[in-house]
Design a protein around this ligand. Structure first.
Ligand code: GLU
Length: 195
């Protein structure tokens, strides 16, 4: 099992996320990544194969600003360990980014459905299907992220803990779980997702 960390509050998210990932390193994993909504409203995703230390080297000289972020250590189940298969995964428009622990059992059916609608995939993971499905539902219904996630998860068979961010709504992280643990930490003016 891999790790999820999320932060939203007033502090810089990146150091908190990295500290959280390091605490989860004992579990074993093959890649690590982070998504942050920067101070200038970009949704930046950085991910590498290897250790959290490799991720830290990778982001040197990159924009790691932002008071909201999600981070992940991956234990591959669908798709080899690689930067493309590491989490977070962007949606096609790069408006949404998602991390996931677990397995989407019916990902192949969902992927075919989305491909038929023109969606292209950058990874071999089951996880990317979920972020594309969320985007598809959000765009087609013009609904908020929370509702889109709820509708998407109705179509999903499997076990999961997920966290999703929306570039256009930098005040929220949507998280959900089924048959997989996830904890919400409530601080003063801040929330954490340690798992
Ligand atoms: N099934 C997902 C993948 O292969 C998540 C694996 C995990 O729990 O780290 O990317």
């Amino acid at each position: 099992m891999c790790g999820i960390v999320g932060y939203i509050g007033k502090r810089e998210a990146y150091p908190i996320l990295i500290k959280g990932l390091k605490r989860l390193e004992y579990r074993g994993y093959d890649s690590a990544g982070v998504a942050l909504i920067s101070d200038n409203h970009q949704l930046n995703v950085y991910k590498t194969k290897g250790k959290v230390a490799d991720l830290e080297s990778f982001v040197v000289h990159k924009d790691i600003s932002g008071a909201i972020g999600i981070a992940h250590t991956r234990w591959a189940t669908h798709g080899e360990p690689s930067p493309a298969n590491a989490h977070p995964h962007y949606s096609s428009s790069e408006r949404f980014a998602l991390i996931h622990n677990g397995i989407i059992e019916n990902y192949a059916v969902l992927k075919e459905k989305l491909q038929a609608k023109g969606y292209q995939f950058k990874s071999d993971t089951d996880t990317e299907v979920l972020v594309q499905l969320i985007e598809y539902i959000q765009q087609n219904n013009q609904i908020d992220l929370l509702t889109a996630v709820q509708l998407a998860l109705r179509e999903v068979i499997g076990a999961y803990a997920i966290a999703v961010m929306d570039r256009d709504n930098p005040d929220e992280i949507v998280a959900a779980r089924k048959s997989s643990p996830l904890v919400v930490g409530i601080g003063e003016g801040e929330f954490l997702l340690p798992l």
